[in-house]
Design a protein around this ligand. Structure first.
Ligand code: NAD
Length: 357
């Protein structure tokens, strides 16, 4: 007779405002956090969105800082800190994806200031207590409950402009959090329920977004799935997939979401043999073959499939395989250099994963 295994469940306090048009509650949410003037952050690409948001909240806006960059470089944080102080701000609003949210986390953590996020990608950073920062090309990660933003607004209308290619990569990036969450050593029944529901929602929503990028219902379903994926990422430990993406991304300067999208079918197939029971509810969504099913989904979505297309060479992968076995971490399946190299070579050419059996 099977029994419920022992587990620890720590809920993470975030206030989530979900719904089409919910950005209209931004001013009220800022006031609810006790803030009088917030600095609005974005990347240069979303500067006009940030300016519109600042205009909408009128006197609650202390200004806009629109130089957020990927991987939270500390020199950008320093210049944003100066802008925050000069504007006399007492809170932060980030509008965007993981890059902008990273900067918002860096500022709010250093200033002990409330942080409100209007999330516009599926990366999930808005509900985690993780901050990755880079200095002189070296990325370090801090975890602290104080890093987790207080309030998150998910409004599908603000994701209609996320280009289809980015939506697809970002969505697969989100699914990767859920897949790794399912076999995490510190998983619990709640995160596992969230992970399966998240994969179901994104698997259903992404093909609809590819067909009709302006489909608000599909965008809403994808945001819902990405929120759940983010909660899983912020609640349990990640393994092979995230470590490999981190190694490849950091060593060869690869784009974040695309690297996740390419590797996901391969890491899922690799671990499926060792984590069959934990992955079963997710595999069921794909007819029983998680790695193959994810590969087919990525193909259907027109996702990037081959590391070679990101400029990676076979020689790079020999180096990556060396690095992957160097730093020990928990994974459901033993990590050997040969096993990792086979996985990476499949991903290099975008071949169907071959390690499932
Ligand atoms: P991103 O934030 O870099 O966004 C990519 C580009 O898309 C940017 O130019 C952005 O302005 C633009 N964009 C975002 N939303 C848009 C929209 N709705 N319409 C039009 N353009 C839009 O990409 P990302 O994948 O969300 O984040 C990647 C970064 O986040 C990486 O640095 C990664 O390490 C980090 N991350 C951190 C965590 C965490 O928990 N700390 C989790 C996931 C990702």
């Amino acid at each position: 007779m099977s029994t419920t295994p022992a587990f620890t469940y720590q809920s993470a306090p975030s206030r989530i405002i979900f719904g089409t048009g919910s950005v209209g509650s931004l001013a009220a949410e800022i006031e609810a956090l006790g803030c009088k003037k917030v600095l609005v952050l974005s990347t240069p690409f979303q500067k006009s969105d940030a300016e519109k948001l600042a205009q909408d909240i009128g006197p609650l806006a202390a200004g806009v800082y629109s130089d957020a960059q990927m991987h939270t470089p500390v020199n950008i944080t320093a210049s944003a800190l100066a802008a925050y102080a000069a504007a006399g701000a007492d809170g932060i609003v980030s509008i965007g994806g993981g890059s902008t949210i990273g900067l918002g986390k860096a500022l709010s953590w250093r200033n002990k200031a409330p942080h409100l996020v209007v999330a516009t990608t599926y990366a999930g950073s808005e509900v985690t207590d993780i901050l990755g920062q880079t200095e002189d090309g070296v990325k370090t990660t801090v975890r602290d409950p104080a890093i987790r933003p207080e309030t998150v607004i998910y409004d599908a209308n603000l994701t209609l402009g996320l280009p289809v290619a980015m939506s697809v990569s970002s969505g697969l990036n989100a699914i990767a959090h859920a897949v790794e969450g399912l076999y995490a050593q510190d998983r619990n029944p709640v995160t596992s329920l969230m992970a399966v529901e998240a994969i179901r929602a994104l698997k259903d929503a992404l093909p609809r977004i590819v067909k009709v990028p302006q489909d608000v219902a599909a965008r809403s379903d994808a945001l819902y799935g990405s929120w759940l994926c983010g909660v899983v990422l912020g609640s349990v430990g990640m393994s092979l997939h995230h470590k490999l993406c981190h190694t490849l991304g950091g060593t060869f300067d690869l784009p974040h979401a695309e690297t996740h999208a390419i590797l996901l079918p391969h890491t899922a197939a690799f671990n499926a043999v060792a984590a069959q029971d934990a992955l079963a509810p997710a595999a069921d969504l794909f007819g029983g073959d998680l790695g193959g099913g994810l590969y087919d989904l990525a193909t259907e979505l027109g996702a990037p499939m081959a590391l070679r297309d990101l400029g990676v060479t076979e020689g790079d992968l020999q180096k990556a395989a060396d690095l992957a076995v160097k730093n020990a971490y928990w994974n459901p399946r033993d990590i050997t250099r040969d096993g990792i190299l086979t996985l990476l070579l499949d991903a290099l050419d975008g071949r169907r994963p071959s390690l499932e059996k």
